[in-house]
Ligand binder design. Structure first.
Ligand SMILES: [Zn+2]
Length: 478
């Protein structure tokens, strides 16, 4: 007697990510019914056990859990590449664009980033943005899994453009309170929506960007609603400078004082955290997101993720923003994470391929509080799976022994374009490298049009004269 299932993957190089390693199974198979994995094991065993509606031959493919991008600001994809290689990235690079990022442009950016990430095997997108009308609907419509964080801050309109580096920036009670109300309404509408594919976190943008009372208010809300707090922590010298001026304390000590350091916190970046501060945050039970590409490019820093992990804290990977990363690709983040940390410690054994693959899957899932649902391939978990074509020239040959080369090649050789199939919640969204449900040509056309509108508005605004990249433009370098 065979049991009916919807999909049966067979003959895969299967990496379940169970246990402490990558859970390799040669000639592996995975059975999916509805939105869940019902079984994983050998092709011989599962082919005898299940009668699938669709059987997918995964010969010469790696079958992996879908990748997790825990920290993105998708709207910025609409101005990909306008802010990198500069000091004071936020003020001198991004801020002049921020004030002209109108709603349609932001939504176009989200579609673009989503398309890019999905095609490169990302199945869970941790997006962090202003909760404008239509934002969450994009993730619901596209079929991906999303952890959405509506940004909460108290910065007056115009943000940081025009603000002088070194001055304390103003915080508005009214703006902050409205921002909190919007986030609460957003969470009520979207947490658990789209068959549970969408969940919500609260996002105080940074300890420097809300008033003390607002920070306390958000923490109370998150605690009472059981939502995580997704927050930039020790993000850049600008934040530390603001915190010292406003409270006389560095961010980690301040957060400890106001009760923010616990397992509810998803701390992003920790760019400026010392080793002691990093260890204290990890010991508190908090989780971390590491954005290697973004922070490397905009700050020239390797964040202390190795120290955080050594202290026992789980770390997820994030692509952050495309204005200056300049991509949303977790294969890129895995490779940069391994490389940067080897270089930082002058030690090739630091962050081996299997560890960064775990950060992109099961460890990342734990870091964002979804470790029981996604991140590994085991019976009962959500069916978020990807197939990577190992016959791509850059991933050949496939060797099983004496050394199995698949995981190192996925981390150091893959670009994301080798992703042949993407399944989220049991539905196949990408097949043969093509996205079925998204009109790619329409996304491209919309992005180009909206990006040109934003660029034209920035060019008309005198604040753009403060942008650091104008000089290399004049000098003929861009
Ligand atoms: Zn961020």
């Amino acid at each position: 007697m065979t049991e009916p299932v919807d999909t049966l993957f067979v003959h895969a190089h299967l990496f379940t990510m169970e246990g402490n390693g990558v859970g390799y199974q040669p000639d592996g198979a995975v059975a999916v019914r509805g939105n869940r994995i019902v079984d994983a094991g050998s092709t011989a065993a599962l082919a005898a056990r299940y009668d699938p509606a669709e059987r997918i031959d995964a010969t010469n493919h790696a079958l992996l859990p879908g990748l997790i991008d825990a920290h993105m600001h998708t709207p910025w994809a609409v101005v990909r590449g306008v802010a990198q290689d500069v000091a004071h990235w936020m003020q001198k690079g991004l801020a002049p664009y921020a004030r002209h990022l109108h709603r349609d442009a932001a939504l176009a950016g989200t579609w673009l980033a989503l398309l890019e990430a999905l095609k490169a095997g990302t199945t869970t997108l941790g997006d962090y943005a202003t909760p404008i009308e239509g934002w969450a609907d994009i993730f619901a419509a596209a079929g991906v899994r999303a952890v959405l964080t509506p940004t909460i801050n108290a910065l007056p309109p115009g943000g940081m453009a025009g603000w002088s580096v070194g001055d304390l920036y103003p915080l508005s009670d009214e703006v902050g309170e409205r921002s909190i109300r919007d986030a609460v309404a957003f969470a009520a509408e979207w947490h658990g929506a789209a068959d549970g594919r969408i969940t919500v976190m609260y996002g105080p943008q940074g300890a420097d960007m809300l008033t003390l009372e607002q920070l306390r208010h958000v923490k109370r809300l998150a605690a009472s609603e059981g939502l995580m707090l997704h927050m930039h922590v020790a993000q850049g010298d600008r934040e530390i400078d603001q915190m010292l001026k406003r409270y006389g304390k560095r961010t980690p000590a301040f957060l400890e004082q106001i009760g923010y350091l616990d397992e509810q916190l998803l701390a992003v970046h920790l760019t400026e955290a010392t080793e002691d501060e990093t260890v204290a945050i990890a010991y508190s039970g908090a989780h971390m997101v590491l954005c290697s590409g973004s922070i490397g490019i905009i700050d020239g820093i390797v964040p202390p993720a190795a120290e955080f992990r050594t202290a026992g804290g789980p770390v997820a990977l994030g692509s952050d923003q495309a204005a200056g990363n300049n991509c949303h690709n977790i294969f890129n983040e895995m490779k940069l994470t391994a490389l940067f940390n080897k270089i930082k410690f002058r030690d090739p054994t630091v962050m081996p391929a299997w560890e960064v693959l775990r950060m992109a899957t099961i460890e990342g899932a734990r870091a964002i509080g979804l470790g029981d649902e996604i991140g590994s391939i085991e019976a009962g978990k959500k069916a978020d799976l990807i197939l990577v074509d190992l016959s791509a020239p850059n991933l050949m040959p496939i060797l099983a022994e004496p050394i199995r080369n698949i995981v190192p090649n996925l981390v150091y050789g893959a670009t994301g374009r080798e992703v042949a199939l993407v399944m989220v919640d049991g539905r196949i969204l990408v097949r043969g490298g093509q996205v079925a449900a998204i009109d790619e040509a329409a996304v491209r056309a919309e992005v180009q049009e909206r990006a040109e509108e934003v660029a034209a508005a920035v060019k008309r605004d005198p604040v753009h004269l403060d942008m650091a990249l104008l000089q290399p433009m004049r000098d003929g370098y861009l």
